[in-house]
Structure formats: structure tokens, C-alpha cells
Design a protein around this ligand. Sequence first.
Ligand code: SF4
Length: 430
Amino acid sequence: MKIRFIYASFHRHAEDHPELREHVPCDEYFGPPSLGIASIAAFTPDEHEIDFRDDRFEDLGLDDDVDLFAISCFTPSSVRAMAIADAVRSRGKPVVIGGIFPSVRPQEALQHATAVVVGEGELSWLRVLDDLKRGRLGGIYEASAPCDLRRLPLPRVDLYLDKECEAYRPDDYPVQLTRGCPLKCSACAVPLSLGRTLRYLPVEHVVGQIDQLAARGKLASLTEDTSFFPGAPRKHFERILDVYVERGEEAPISYVGISMPLVLATDDAFLTKMRRAGVRMFYLVGGFDPITKGAFTGTNPRAREKAELAIRRCQEHDIDPYTSFLVGNEEDDEGVFDRMLDFCETVSLEKAEFAIRTPYPGTPTWHEMNDAGRILHRDWSKYNDANVVFRPAQMSPERLERGYLELWRDFYASRRALSKRDHREATIQF
Ligand code: SF4
């Protein structure tokens, strides 16, 4: 059978707010797809022919001779994904949808697709293919047990790499170290979609992922903050870094995702080892943890001190703290924007991004907001961290959106020189 995978498009910050392109003196980051399609493609038996289309910049060929269309989406791309699914079905062809959004709202996805894959996809995918072959594809597919990560083949990132063109040429691609998370951060969908047990990909598998990218001249982005949990997760990460230290080479890593509490909980020896192994940048995600929720409220000097310390620790270890600030938390009043800017100047941040708190469907924050009647609309395409989709606690939705845009503008007003840096240093996600 011929199977076509489709990555559905969505709007980034600069697409919803084109004025950001004037304010931000950096190259826009047009990132790679998530690993979902690459992982499922790798798990597809050889008897099938597969190809891949990226909806962001190429035609989907819906009239081509294809036996199954398989669409991956998350919340901001779900509206587009459902429209594609409708278009496929109107042509009388089967279509399956998977990813974070269909995992938390399977019935909604099933109104558009022939079949929906919920949660981790690999084992369900084999059932999807079997049912398609037998002419009985339909309904919701959910694996009864987690996938054995020791059996995973390397993800088919070549499908993404082969698409590179003038419109799409990322410097880095994601690499997965673990799946699942035992914590319950209120805004995070990872435990919902990948389970509450932290499972590890074998060290050789992770190194294989990094090396296959390096062979194509690409860097690896390690987005999972779970790698910094004390104990077994950190040991697992350390074993991966050790491979590069022992090889005497720098690991080709663009950045590692982490939060401020985890920076403070990581000892100097490990930070030194990371830098020695080649880690030059942290993607410091804020707004979910007690430190960044409290640091900019003006009422929690201890949280502010800890936030400053977290940034300084990164700088002392020569690891660039690229920081993501979130606005719209319950504690945020209208002074939060000025306090964030003051913080950025105090700790001399070079680059940052700003995001609006978003209650993603299925997360604890979503349920809380929905129960309180604070959800403003369900246009999922606006659930992209760049629009206000809920009623904030201490300001109007309009003030929150204006403050978010002012943060981008005012932060980068004094950083125009970034445009003269080389491509890698001048590129940020917006
Ligand atoms: S934000 Fe990180 S630590 Fe929190 S639940 Fe999600 S994956 Fe786990």
C-alpha cells in the first residue's frame, strides 16, 4: 500500500502578528516537524511504500494515487488537519489522524477522519495498517500497553531532511531521550499523551539519532526537561554526553530544554560536563514552575532572586540561557510586563521569546479554566501561545495581548545589533 504522511501547518507568532518582524532583529525560525511522523514512518513494515508532505510549504497531492493519508497534528494545527482530513474523505479515501490534539479530543477528530490514533502511536499503527488491508479501518485506536522503547528503529528524519529548500532549512532537528513524565505540570500535555511513567530510549538509540543528524550536517535539539530530573534520568543523559566526551568531540547539540528550578537543582559538575560535551545553549522554559510564576509578580522577592541566580549559573558555565517568558498567569497583574523587562536587563539576557499562557485542551489548566467559564473561544488555531484565548485573572484579554506584543518590541529595541550576528546566533523561534 502507498501511505502519505502529512504534517499539518499552523501559525507561529510572526504569522499572527506580522509587526513582530519589524521589532525582532533576528531570523525567523522555521522549525522541523515533531518526531511523530518520523517515528511512525520508521515503524512501518517494509512492504508499504511511504512518502511525506509538509503542509507548510508544499502541495499535499490529495488527488494522487495513495491508499492511506496519515496526518499528524497538535492543537494549533488541528483546524487545518481536520480540513485536510475532510478533503481526503470527500475524495473517498481513508485518512488517519494522530498526535497530541487527537489524543486528548479523539471524538472531535473522529468527526473528520476515518480513524484516530490516541497516545503513543507505534503499536496502534500496526493495527491501523492491518485493518486497512482487511477493509475494516475505522474508529479510535489506542494501544493497551506502552511501546517497548528498546525495539524502536531510528526515526526516519530523512523524510524531513529531504524536504529542505529555500523556504525550509532548519539548523536543528529534535532528538528524543525519553517518553512520558510522572509530574503533572498544569499546562503540559506530555503525561496525557505519552503516559505518567518516564521511559528511556537506549543510549545507543539516542546517540544514533544524534549521529544520523550530524551525518547530514544538522544539530540535535533536546527539548525534554525530564532529562534533568535527579537520579536515573540525569544518569541516562550523562551516559549520552559521556559518549561524546570519550570520543573527544563536541556533541552536535543546538540546545537543551530545561526550567529554572532544574538549573538550580543541577550541580556545577554536571553543568561543567554538559558544556564540555558541547552544550552551548539552554532553552529555558518559563511560566510553569514556582520560580518563574512568582519572580515577576512584584510580591515574591525570593522567587526573583532564584530566577536571577538560575540565569547567572548558566552564564557562569558559558551556556547561553535563551529564555521563554510566559505572561497571563493568575498572579500576573499589569505590572508584569515592566518587571520582566527589568529582569532581562538586570541579568543581561541577549535573546528571549515571549508567549501568552494557553490552556491547551486536556491539560489541568484547560479543565480549570473551562469549569470556571473562562475560555473565550474554541478556535484551536489561535491556541498557539500568541493569542489570548481565556479571560485573565488580573487584566483584560486586550491588555494581555498588548503587553505580550510590547515585550517583544521593547526587549529587542536595544538589541538591534543581533541582526549582524551569524545566522545561528541571530535565529530565534517566533
Ligand atoms: S513540563 Fe516537563 S516536568 Fe512538567 S509535566 Fe511536562 S514534561 Fe513533565
